[in-house]
Design a binder for this molecule. Structure first.
Ligand SMILES: [Zn+2]
Length: 411
């Protein structure tokens, strides 16, 4: 057993504790509170003191580690469509296809950076399973929820994906890519597999306005794109009956439940938000990626007003300037001035942990949670006078100068 104390303990989900302490035993938090009370109760327990802020590790609920080598992506120009960005990404990935070493190196560096910057848990969407990455999920990096993403934009691709899905190692999660690229029957099969294995089902949802047109009438740039790729073979004829939005469509397929993680949710109506809430599904916001691609801004205030606590994700360098959850918090706070700082911090921690099905272990400093937490410090944080100012600085001040993992090895 060991006590960890600091001038500030930020539990998330409870008030900030000035002059606080956390008690750890067997890798779990067993108590926390005012230092005076804790050292009185645990009078013979050794204590380690830190100089600034103890807080939970961050959660990056949506990224694509295998795209980490794709730096310096270009923003979308006003006259370009979302499918132009997809086209450019497919081209860039094809050019690097024969460089698995580069992909794996980028993957590893990104993973280490995430950990150094305070990420304890990460949701990763991949298209391939690299042998070189076997056994990489070890200490000194975030816990990774890896999900292999399936696409099936035409009948042949859908058949192949269904066959591959049937032979996928049951320890690995499967996800669908997006409503415009993954056939309805494939989405249903993936979701069934997720439910059978207790996995989270994550999917890109309502990221751009063009997706809405495709769902309402089967037309627009997504139809053009599929036709150009010779993938327009009637597989998406379901959309000719017209769905008012992506969430309605997913509900029609029966794939919305508390293990479904809806990534982006930029173009969702109030009625759809209520449906998300009613089904208990989770939302992951990617404000940096949305800003980079100019696809719009998610209705975050409405989500919060309904009682949803979204997760935050960076997406990949193919659609974001930086892969940094601290920066995502800052962007979110800037774009949505009505949001409380404590809510934004909760999104970057508790929201992500719950969305990835790891709320029992991560997301806040609370009794029973894993004793993997951060000490962060900066001149600005050291100068804070109260808890409110401190949380504001954590959310809007960018990545702190010092981030370290509290070592509980010698508890
Ligand atoms: Zn993504």
């Amino acid at each position: 057993m060991r006590i960890f104390s600091a001038p500030w303990v930020v539990p998330v989900g409870g008030p900030v504790i000035q002059h606080g302490s956390i008690v750890v035993a067997d890798g779990r938090i067993v108590d926390l509170g005012q230092r005076d009370d804790i050292v009185h109760i645990y009078c013979r327990v050794p204590e380690t003191s830190y100089s600034c802020v103890l807080m939970p590790g961050l959660v990056n609920a949506h990224m694509h580690l295998e795209l980490s080598h794709l730096q310096q992506s270009a923003c979308l120009l006003p006259e370009e469509n979302f499918t132009d960005w997809i086209d450019a990404l497919i081209e860039r990935r094809a050019a690097e296809k024969n460089c698995p070493g580069k992909i794996v190196a980028g993957f590893r560096t990104a993973l280490q950076d995430q950990y150094r910057w305070g990420v304890v848990l990460l949701g990763d969407i991949g298209n391939e399973y690299f042998d070189e990455l076997h056994g990489q999920e070890e200490a000194l990096q975030p816990q990774v929820v890896r999900m292999i993403e399936y696409l099936g934009p035409n009948r042949d691709a859908c058949r192949t994906a269904l066959a591959n899905l049937a032979s996928l190692d049951e320890r690995i999660g499967a996800t669908g890519h997006a409503p415009y690229s993954t056939a309805p029957e494939l989405l249903v099969e993936i979701k069934k597999r997720c439910n059978r294995l207790g996995h989270v089902f994550s999917i890109h949802t309502a990221e751009c306005a063009d997706e809405g047109e495709f769902l309402r009438s089967g037309t627009g740039c997504f139809q053009d794109f599929l036709k150009k790729k010779r993938s327009w073979d009637g597989l998406f004829s379901i959309f000719t009956s017209g769905f008012p939005g992506t969430i309605d469509y997913f509900d029609h397929l029966g794939i919305l439940d508390e293990k479904t993680l809806l990534v982006h949710c930029v173009h969702v109506s109030d009625q759809e938000l209520r449906l998300i809430k009613a089904r208990g599904s989770a939302v992951c916001l990617c404000p940096g990626s949305n800003q980079f691609l100019g696809v719009g801004t998610a209705p975050v205030e409405q989500m919060v007003a309904l009682g949803l606590l979204p997760a935050l994700g960076t997406d990949s360098p193919a659609s974001n300037e930086a892969i940094d959850i601290w920066r995502e918090m800052t962007i979110l706070g800037t774009c949505h001035a009505g949001l409380e700082d404590a809510t934004v911090l909760a999104m970057a921690t508790l929201g992500g942990a719950q969305a990835l099905g790891h709320g029992v272990d991560y997301g806040s400093l609370a009794v029973g949670k894993r004793a993997e937490f951060l000490h962060v410090s900066s001149l600005a944080l050291q100068g804070c006078r109260d808890g409110q100012q401190l949380v504001k600085e954590l959310v809007s001040g960018g990545r702190p100068a010092e981030i370290s993992w509290v070592s509980t090895d010698h508890e």
